[in-house]
Design a protein around this ligand. Structure first.
Ligand code: NAD
Length: 266
């Protein structure tokens, strides 16, 4: 199936590694010009080089999503260098908050919400106008099972990912009639640098509640995201797509049984 991404400009946040890097590669292979947004400047450049070596078009931008000015500047540069932005794949996030609520540091809470939630708001705020002008736009956000169910030791991450659901739903209501869609994907456990440090016990526990009963490759997420970014998905708006997870109605129950911190490994 031709996804018709040729000639489109796509911003991919978190494009330096993991799922984001795969999204960059898949979109570039489908013909998009890719703007790799990441705070890891060197690794983002590496992604852009990999794409160029494979014959695609890409440019790396050092962006800190938690700073509005950084996002604003980078978006202006992309518009000047790669043309108006058609697609934003919002993949970047941090998950460094393994602490119960009473132990959660205020700065960690604020940082998680800023990167994982506010950063997406900044990006949409800076890109929506040109999408509306051209009557075409695609936003794809990456949430998490923790965004539906909460997570033991993950109050900030979970809140940011749940907040993202509300944000994406609002966007899907406000701009659908202007050709702009907003959808979310929910990964299972994906084999990326972010999950490399999980203990064997945690890995087994998470895989056990995945309906497919296995780890996912980043490419599986990238394929779903590239499809939602395409013209072929023009009728899909406000969707919350489980990629290997349980369907949403099943998931509104505690993800973990109540446990103590030692049992959860935090
Ligand atoms: N890997 C999984 O099992 C899994 C499961 C559920 C949800 N997710 C979600 O999928 C997405 C990608 O996960 P991943 O495993 O590839 O993560 P990852 O940590 O490997 O990659 C995240 C990228 O985001 C970038 N980033 C972090 N803070 C940033 C900032 N302030 N500004 C710009 N870039 C920043 C990082 O530098 C990194 O390149 C995340 O939203 C994550 O929450 C992942």
């Amino acid at each position: 199936m031709d996804l018709k991404l040729s000639g489109k400009t796509a911003v991919v946040t978190g494009g330096a590694r993991g799922i984001g890097r795969s999204v960059c590669q898949v979109m570039a292979a489908e013909g998009a010009k890719v703007a790799v947004f990441d705070i890891l400047a060197e690794a983002a450049e590496e992604t852009a080089q990999m794409i160029k070596s494979a014959g695609g078009t890409a440019k790396a931008y050092a962006v800190n999503l938690s700073e509005y000015a950084s996002v604003k500047d980078a978006v202006a540069q992309v518009k000047a260098e790669l043309g108006p932005i058609d697609i934003c794949a919002c993949v970047a996030a941090i998950t460094d908050n393994q602490a119960t609520i009473e132990k959660m540091a205020l700065e960690k809470w604020a940082r998680e919400i800023k990167v994982n939630l506010s950063g997406n708001f900044y990006l949409v705020k800076e890109t929506i106008d040109s999408m509306v002008e051209r009557n075409f736009g695609r936003y794809i956000f990456v949430s998490s099972r923790a965004g539906m169910d909460g997570g033991f030791g993950q109050c900030a991450y979970s809140s940011s990912k749940m907040g993202l659901i509300g944000f994406a739903r609002s966007l899907s209501l406000e701009y659908a009639r202007m050709g702009v869609t907003s959808n979310i994907v929910f990964p299972g456990l994906v084999d990326t640098p972010a999950t490399a440090g999980l203990s064997e016990e945690a890995r087994t526990r998470i895989i056990a509640r995945n309906v497919m009963g296995r780890l996912q490759d980043p490419e599986e997420l990238a394929d779903a995201i590239a499809f939602l970014a395409s013209d072929r998905a023009k009728g899909i708006n406000g969707a919350e797509l489980m990629v290997s997870q349980k369907p949403a109605p099943w998931s509104f129950r505690p993800m973990e049984l109540p446990g103590d911190e030692a049992a959860m490994g935090i």
